[in-house]
Every structure is written in C-alpha cells, then in structure tokens.
Design a protein around this ligand. Structure first.
Ligand SMILES: [Zn+2]
Length: 271
C-alpha cells in the first residue's frame, strides 16, 4: 500500500511535469474506482490549467483554475507521467492528457484508489476535512502527543497508527520510529514518559523524511512518478528483520502481532 512517503514522492515526482500545464483531454477507461467517477468527470477537468500539486495525508490535491482534483492511490494505485501516445496497459484506468504531449496516467489493479473533483475548498471536502494533523507539520509536536497519549492504555504503536491522532504513520514507520526512540511498541501509551515522547516525535519525522528522500520504501506494486521501476529501500532497523541481529546491539530482533499487524522490535534497545 502506498504510504505517506510514497504519496509525497509521487507529489514531488509529478509536480514539475504537470505544474502550469493545461489539461487537453481526460480519458476514463474504467469509471468504477473506489467511488465511481461521474459521467461529467472528464468535462469538468478539460481545458483547465494545473496550478499546483500538494498532499494532505495520503491524498494528492491538484489545484486547477476553477477547482481541485483529489486523488487517493488506495492499496495499489500509481500515477505516472508518460508520453500521451504510450499504449495503455491493463489497469491504466484514467489518462489526464496535458498540453505538453505527456499525460498523467492512473493505474490501479485493485481499484481502491479514487478521484474526486470539487470546486469548493478541497481541504473542506468530506474526505479531508476531519483528518488529523500531518506528522511532518508543525501541529504534530510533543505537547500534542502528550495530550493524546494521556490516560490511554492502548499500546503506543497502535495509537501512533490511529489516523484520528496523526495521519500517515503506517506500520513500517511506527515500528522504525519506536526503535529510534527506544520505546517498546507494546507499552501502554499513558506510560510513555514525556522525555520518551520528546524522542518519539522527532523520530517519526525523521523516518518519514528519510523515506521521502529515498523515494519511498519498497512496495511491490508501487511505481515512481517518472515511470522508473523499482525502489530505493531505506535502511530499516527492525521492520521485517525478525531473527536478525539489531544494528545497534546485536540482540536478535523480535516479532509479535498487535491489532493484526506485525510489530518488530529490539528487546534490548526498546524498553
Ligand atoms: Zn538493539
């Protein structure tokens, strides 16, 4: 599943090719995405210029002259910039053809992705308006996390992955950030000290920023925005390293299950 860093990477990857470009035409080959695309979808976008590309949580927001296109990559979606004449492959559901001769092509085998066009403030769209703070934003700080963890007995890792608290901290990033902060993932949130939260907040920001810099982590069906295959895998300390020696202390990494998700940690470095 594309995580926040992959979406940010896509955002940065497509921006130079689409910014200031006019949409010549929109081809919808499959309108049944997570939510069906309305029949008016193509006409709403056509002839508008793309002014900017941004991200909110795992949504890409393309700001057009009269409205905004909100895109979610779902479980398996990708957006690539290709010459418009490139023959479509299976699962290439939508092409947004630009006046540059290139198109923004949406591929999504599992069709959990979505596209919405709105002429209202996109941040007030039903999908976006109630989202929790961005982990890389200024509003995600120690005081905020301390307030959210107080009196909560749920495990700290599960709390970090709760999108009502902070958006876009997936399993990989929660696991890696807890390692860096030296906090065991199973600790009740309220028992994590202020000093530990003070390490955890920057650790979350660091692992996400590192992943963005590396172009997203490894995902089987993720494609870079410029169409290059493959991934850069950032150096992971614990995630999917069960039984391997900790990179810091050589203790073997352990695995357990929390909320149906695998958790990895070093029993020595994380207390
Ligand atoms: Zn260790």
């Amino acid at each position: 599943m594309p995580e926040l860093p992959e979406v940010e990477t896509t955002c940065r990857g497509i921006a130079p090719a689409v910014r200031s470009r006019r949409i010549d035409s929109v081809i919808v080959r499959q309108h049944r995405l997570r939510w069906p695309l309305p029949k008016t979808f193509a006409a709403q976008l056509e002839k508008q210029r793309i002014l900017a590309v941004g991200r909110r949580a795992k949504y890409l927001v393309l700001q057009l002259e009269r409205g905004s296109l909100i895109v979610h990559l779902g479980m398996s979606g990708s957006l690539r910039v290709l010459p418009t004449a490139t023959a479509p492959l299976k699962h290439d559901h939508v092409d947004i053809a630009l006046d540059s001769g290139q198109c923004l092509r949406f591929n999504d085998p599992r069709r959990f992705g979505s596209m919405h066009y709105t002429e209202d403030d996109p941040l007030q769209h039903a999908l976006l308006k109630n989202l929790a703070p961005e982990p890389l934003g200024d509003e995600f700080h120690v005081e905020y996390l301390a307030k959210k963890t107080a009196r909560r007995s749920v495990a700290i890792k599960q709390l970090l992955m709760n999108a009502n608290l902070v958006v876009g901290v997936g399993n990989i990033y929660a696991s890696e950030a807890l390692f860096r902060a030296g906090v065991r993932p199973t600790r009740p949130a309220r028992k994590v000290s202020r000093a530990e939260l003070g390490k955890l907040v920057p650790a979350i920001k660091t692992v996400l920023n590192d992943a963005i810099r590396a172009g997203g982590t490894t995902l089987r069906d993720y494609v870079n925005a410029d169409g290059t295959p493959g991934y850069f895998r950032q150096k992971l300390f614990v995630y999917e390293r069960v039984g391997e020696p900790c990179r810091k202390c050589k203790t073997l990494i352990k695995q357990l299950t929390q909320g149906q998700r695998s958790t990895y940690y070093c029993p020595t470095c994380q207390q």
